[in-house]
Design a binder for this molecule. Structure first.
Ligand code: DP6
Length: 324
């Protein structure tokens, strides 16, 4: 017996960052986060449950992929569906994998949707968000389009650690320009980078203590469509995250010279009157948050920054969806 489904989920970029986990299983976040989903960056994933398979197998961007992180995730879906059929996963990103462009977010969101549908389950968006979180914390947000907020939750079972939609893309069509400065896979992935932070960084408690007020300020600014305040909070959360990363033993430095050059370029553009702010995840790429209508000019400027290999301009994207 075979059953299959294909889903597409888009990458997302946090404006208020998630970093650090609270005690408990499977990516219970220590802090909430707020993100935007990106239209131009996505993952397509097909899951086939196939009785003839003796083990799960996976392919990512046409290459065989390790199932160490995938089988425990599929086990959650199998347990829920009451099956124990093994699966074949075929996944493709339309952007460089593992280079700080949030491939685990779009990847696990697409996998959650494809795997549950292939297993005959119809989860609602909140349940899908909870499931995606168990693959990768940031994936919980990629279930939704536009602006989304991930709740930290307080329960041990994670049933209140899910994302919710805030605004649809058309409600506030801000643009993102991604400046790619390196396409190699990053050296320290997020899960490892944020493990045991309480013992590894003296700044961690301060990060956690201030997260609620950062989230509250961002909620208000988004509701008011106050681009300058959203942008200022976005840069602040990014720089605070990277300060925390640098303060971790051993210190994490995700930036290269072109990353820093692009940050300065964004600030120069802003001083010259363009409404644009930067943010950076656990990798060297710079993402510029642009007010509606300013993406093209920002992309042109960032393409000329020394060390920037490529720019991608994107509008906000839609929710994860089944495509076959
Ligand atoms: C810097 O979601 O990749 O991008 O939950 O361990 O899979 P795991 O981590 P992940 O971390 C994302 C960290 C970040 C900030 C963010 O997206 O909020």
């Amino acid at each position: 017996i075979m059953s299959q489904a294909t889903a597409r989920a888009h990458s997302n970029i946090a404006l208020i960052k998630y970093w650090g986990k609270r005690a408990g299983p499977r990516n219970l976040p220590a802090v909430g986060s707020i993100s935007v989903t990106l239209g131009a960056l996505y993952t397509d994933t097909t899951v086939v449950f196939d009785d003839t398979l003796s083990a799960d197998c996976a392919q990512l961007d046409d290459k065989p992929a390790d199932t160490a992180r995938l089988t425990p995730f599929l086990d959650l879906v199998r347990a829920r569906a009451g099956i124990d059929t093994r699966a074949s996963i075929v996944s493709a990103n339309n952007f460089p994998t593992g280079a700080g462009l949030a491939s685990s977010a779009s990847g696990f969101a697409a996998l959650s949707l494809a795997a549950t549908r292939a297993a005959g389950l119809e989860l609602d968006a909140r349940e899908l968000s909870i499931l995606s979180r168990q693959g990768s914390g940031s994936a919980a947000r990629s279930i939704f389009g536009g602006f989304a907020e991930m709740h930290r939750g307080t329960r041990d079972d994670g049933s209140d650690a899910f994302a919710e939609p805030m605004l649809e893309p058309e409600d506030w069509p801000v643009e993102i320009v991604v400046a790619i400065t390196d396409t190699a896979t990053k050296s320290v992935n997020s899960s490892i980078g944020m493990s045991h932070l309480d013992e590894r960084s003296d700044y961690y408690q301060a990060w956690v203590d201030h997260s609620e007020s950062d989230l509250a300020a961002m909620r208000d600014a988004i509701a008011a469509r106050d681009f300058e305040t959203v942008g200022a909070l976005t840069e602040m959360s990014c720089l605070k995250l990277h300060g925390l990363m640098m303060s971790t033993r051993p210190g994490l430095i995700y930036w290269n010279p072109a990353t820093v050059a692009a940050m300065h370029a964004v600030r120069s553009l802003r001083e010259a009157g363009t409404p644009v702010y930067f943010t950076i995840d656990a990798g060297p790429q710079v993402k510029a948050l642009c007010a509606p209508g300013h993406g093209e000019a920002v992309a042109r400027e960032l393409a000329d920054v020394p060390g920037v290999l490529e720019t991608r301009r994107t509008a906000l994207g839609p929710a994860a969806r089944v495509i076959a």
